[in-house]
Design a protein around this ligand. Structure first.
Ligand SMILES: [Zn+2]
Ligand SMILES: [Zn+2]
Length: 378
């Protein structure tokens, strides 16, 4: 992945701003500096804006997400954590031997934003190891302004937990390829006056009229850790079954607690109680996945899928337009009846989802193709 490719693919997808990811990594930081002449937290390449971001693994293997106000703030942060990390120069998501509170303290000093990444996942998240934000961030809990939900949760799940109500939810997804089926599987829509770090910060803090207005993500059932399941043979278990067996599968390996069950454990409410600032959550399935199913292919990287994807996106400007905004009649005029029907089934919420768990993604099936091959998402 290079900044140029990401910029091009993001605009085809319909995304204005993406996180650089991995901005503490020296080689990636060098690439970032080559295309950013200003010492600010955001800059533009082609039609796409970038914001300086990274994930880090702190003590207890908790993953945190950071957004930096400037390149110099990234350098300062790097210098401060250098002695606490063995892989700062080799890993995109470095391990830094500091608590959430210590990391939030450093973030506050340089005006960076910090919050938990994929907050509920069973291996490396805040709620995998703690029962509250405060156990992790201590005296700096109030400095945390957002929680990233992760692919296996949505705002209905997260708003079962009262302490999360004051936070802005980020529905972001990481990407290991600029391919449209990978990039921006999830995204957040903000109301801002301009695309700058300060404006995004104000949106997270909900000041000056800035705010998030829409969370968009995969249906949580498609995430890798939605239900409790064995991490080796992927047999799914209900919470009660898993408890009875002491969280050990028939095959002898541990059952990983699903996000759904972890949230139910901590939930105070029986039903999600959304605070008044919470925006709607829209479930999105990548267009290439929908096309893959509709044309009966095995994976979304084939020539046929790419051709059909390009046809639609070049006609209507972006993937998001095709999925959400363009009329079905207009879509029918450009593509095949099977693809049109699949997009319509998606819009009408008729897609059948088999939940993921234990580290394996969920699968989808369209009603008109019940016998068709299932496709693994991700
Ligand atoms: Zn992570
Ligand atoms: Zn097993």
């Amino acid at each position: 992945m290079a900044i140029d490719d990401l910029a091009l693919q993001a605009s085809q997808k319909g995304i204005d701003l993406i996180g650089t990811g991995d901005c503490l990594h020296p080689s990636w930081l060098k690439e970032i500096k080559q295309c950013s002449s200003v010492d600010e937290g955001t800059w533009q390449c082609k039609d796409t804006f970038f914001i300086l971001s990274t994930e880090i693994e702190g003590k207890k293997r908790v993953h945190h997400l950071l957004y930096f106000p400037s390149l110099s703030a990234v350098e300062t942060f790097r210098n401060q954590v250098e002695s606490k990390s063995k892989n700062l120069n080799t890993s995109g998501r470095p391990n830094i031997n500091m608590t959430g509170e210590e990391l939030a303290g450093l973030a506050e000093d340089i005006g960076a934003l910090i919050g938990p990444a994929h907050t509920f996942t069973p291996w490396t998240s805040l709620y995998a190891h703690y029962d509250s934000l405060e156990e992790c961030y201590g005296s700096l809990t109030d400095y945390v302004s957002f929680a990233e939900l992760g692919l296996s949760a949505n705002s209905d799940y997260a708003d079962m937990i009262e302490e999360l109500h004051r936070l802005t939810f980020l529905t972001n997804s990481d990407s290991h390829s600029p391919h449209p089926v990978r990039l921006a599987r999830e995204f957040t829509r903000f109301e801002v006056h301009d695309i700058t770090f300060e404006e995004i910060k104000h949106a997270l803090l909900r000041i000056n009229g800035n705010r998030s207005v829409l969370n968009v993500g995969l249906p949580p059932e498609e995430g890798k850790y939605n239900e409790s399941a064995c991490g080796k043979c992927y047999t799914h278990y209900s919470y009660e079954e898993a408890e009875q067996r002491g969280w050990i599968c028939d095959c002898g390996k541990p059952i990983k607690k699903g996000v759904k069950d972890r949230i139910a454990e901590m939930a105070i409410f029986q039903q999600p109680q959304h605070p008044s600032h919470r925006p709607p959550y829209l479930q999105l399935i990548p267009l290439a996945e929908i096309i893959t199913k509709a044309v009966g292919q095995r994976n979304p990287f084939t020539k046929t899928v790419t051709k059909r994807w390009n046809e639609l996106v070049s006609t209507f400007g972006s993937e998001i337009n095709v999925l959400l905004d363009v009329s079905i009649n207009d879509i029918a005029a450009v593509t095949t009846p099977a693809i049109t029907e699949a997009i319509q089934a998606f819009r009408e919420n008729r897609v059948i989802i088999y939940p993921g768990g234990g580290g394996r993604y969920g699968t989808i099936e369209f009603p008109q193709e019940k016998d068709a091959l299932k496709v693994t998402l991700g």
